[in-house]
Design a binder for this molecule. Structure first.
Ligand SMILES: *[C@@H]1O[C@H](CO)[C@@H](O)[C@H](O)[C@H]1NC(C)=O
Ligand SMILES: *[C@@H]1O[C@H](CO)[C@@H](O)[C@H](O)[C@H]1NC(C)=O
Ligand SMILES: *[C@@H]1O[C@H](CO)[C@@H](O)[C@H](O)[C@H]1NC(C)=O
Ligand SMILES: *[C@@H]1O[C@H](CO)[C@@H](O)[C@H](O)[C@H]1NC(C)=O
Ligand SMILES: *[C@@H]1O[C@H](CO)[C@@H](O)[C@H](O)[C@H]1NC(C)=O
Length: 435
């Protein structure tokens, strides 16, 4: 239990409330008189007229330092319909709604504001500048579903900061470049705002584990260094991103678990390098402008559960090797221009795993008209780059890989017995609220 602190980077987004609990308890149980009280070293806001001035006593110097900053921010709040700031009074900052204290790594006897969780508070304020950027020990800031706007503050003075969630607010303008260069940033969630323009390539060089930027208005191409990101969970869905999926995606072979790219304007052929993503469980590129055949390398995605290529311009046959993948629960190829499925794939259609409605497959129900199919094949088909790569199955052609898969196959056999299929994490990001 004692290892659970704000300053131990962890996936707090999955269990925020549990993680906070130990501090809450320790703060509540702490008797303020045991610590030497510190008088505020900073001028405090003047009290309302007619009230006797009372010097506030703080449990720690660090709390005295942030007190005027919090009070100044409180005065800028223009709406608080849930009265969340009602108890932001007095010196016991650690009991203010939304504020969480902890002992900082540089002095374990000190107490400081380490985390802020305003999720769902519905607060309005014109800016967060001057607030979170002045809380030097802040590690986590979560503010899903508020109405904050303005520029995203500069975090360069925050030495322990690693988790930022400003999703579903009223931010606009370009990508908040102040987050670039936060040394330890591992979680960035800016989905459901009105950010626009390009996604700066530098963000893919950050040590992020989670990057959610869906439901903004980002345009421009996916950068070539896309493959430099160590993220596990990535959602870029519902923007207007263009260009092909960079071949550098291959470098995410041991990290990427889920990626949502649906509803963008991605174009070009699928790179066969997708087949190297050994950890991939969810890959969704529905409703883009992707074309070409499905690379046979996709049959190397041993862990894939959900694969969605629906509503693109993909064509030729569906590789039987792909349909043979054992962890697949949903393979959606509807609304493309495929012309052929073999017996293994037909079994999946029967099971409800494979959806090939609205394609060009003779003899199957609910297909496109012959005319639409003919027109597409006559007019739009262009050869993809590296055409011979479409036949390569790296996991079969490469002895080292084969060895690796043998090991993991044996494992999945025993695993499947006890496996309770966990719902994908990333799909929850497609709704506005806390995920
Ligand atoms: C806690 O502090 C109060 C004064 O604020 C004091 O009366 C009480 O004895 C203290 N309790 C303990 C267990 O130290
Ligand atoms: C807001 O909350 C504070 C303390 O929690 C309470 O004293 C106050 O009456 C509340 N105000 C309204 C308008 O409910
Ligand atoms: C650590 O924090 C405690 C409590 O605020 C303080 O009394 C002490 O002087 C600090 N130690 C150092 C080395 O700053
Ligand atoms: C990922 O790819 C790199 C470079 O191609 C390779 O060195 C590494 O062994 C691969 N990792 C896994 C888990 O396959
Ligand atoms: C498969 O995925 C598609 C696209 O996300 C979804 O519309 C469909 O309901 C899913 N089918 C099943 C059987 O889960």
């Amino acid at each position: 239990m004692e290892n659970l602190t704000f300053f131990n980077k962890a996936f707090t987004y999955t269990s925020v409330s549990f993680l906070f609990l130990p501090f809450l308890l320790s703060v509540l149980c702490q008797n303020g008189t045991e610590l030497s009280p510190v008088e505020s070293p900073l001028p405090l806001p003047s009290p309302p007229l007619g009230v006797t001035t009372k010097q506030l006593i703080f449990k720690d110097r660090r709390l005295a330092v942030v007190y005027p900053i919090i009070q100044a921010f409180k005065r800028t709040i223009t709406a608080d319909p849930l009265n969340k700031t009602g108890n932001w009074v007095g010196s016991d900052i650690c009991s203010y709604t939304g504020f969480y204290c902890d002992n900082p790594p540089d002095n374990v006897s000190a107490i400081t504001v380490a985390g802020i969780d305003f999720n769902g508070f519905l607060l309005s304020a014109p800016t967060l500048q001057g607030f979170i950027d002045n809380l030097p020990d802040l590690a986590i800031f979560h503010a899903n579903s508020n109405k904050f706007s303005g520029s995203v503050p500069d975090f360069s003075k925050l030495r322990y900061f690693y988790e930022l969630d400003i999703s579903n607010n009223a931010f606009s303008g370009t990508f908040p470049t102040t987050v670039i260069g936060i040394k330890d940033l591992s979680f960035l969630d800016i989905r459901f705002n009105s950010f626009a323009g390009e996604v700066p390539p530098e963000i893919f060089n950050q040590p992020l584990e989670v990057l959610f930027i869906n439901n903004n208005d980002f345009t421009a191409k996916l950068p070539e260094n896309f493959g430099s990101t160590p993220v596990l969970y990535l959602t870029l869905a519902n923007n207007r991103l263009t260009g092909p999926i960079p071949r550098s995606i291959r470098n995410l072979n041991s990290t990427l678990i889920e990626v949502l790219l649906l509803n963008n304007k991605l174009s070009g052929c699928l790179p066969y390098e997708l087949g190297f993503l050994k950890e991939l469980k969810v890959f969704d590129v529905e409703s883009n402008l992707l074309t070409g055949p499905l690379p046979c390398s996709l049959s190397c995605l041993e862990k894939i559960e959900l694969l969605n290529f629906a509503n693109n311009l993909l064509y030729w046959e569906v590789p039987e090797e792909l349909c043979a993948l054992t962890n697949l629960v949903n393979l959606s190829l509807s609304d493309n221009f495929f012309t052929k499925v073999g017996p293994v794939c037909r079994k999946l259609i029967k099971n409800g795993v494979l959806d090939v409605r609205q394609n060009c497959i003779p003899g199957l129900p609910d297909q496109k008209s012959l005319q639409e199919c003919a027109e597409f094949y006559l007019k739009y088909i262009r050869l993809c780059p590296y055409p011979s790569s479409y036949k390569i199955i790296p996991c079969k052609d490469n002895a080292a890989w084969h060895h690796h898969l043998e090991g993991s196959k044996a494992k999945t056999k025993t695993e499947t017995k006890t496996k309770t299929k966990k719902a994908p994490i990333t799909y929850k990001t497609l709704s506005r609220h806390k995920f």
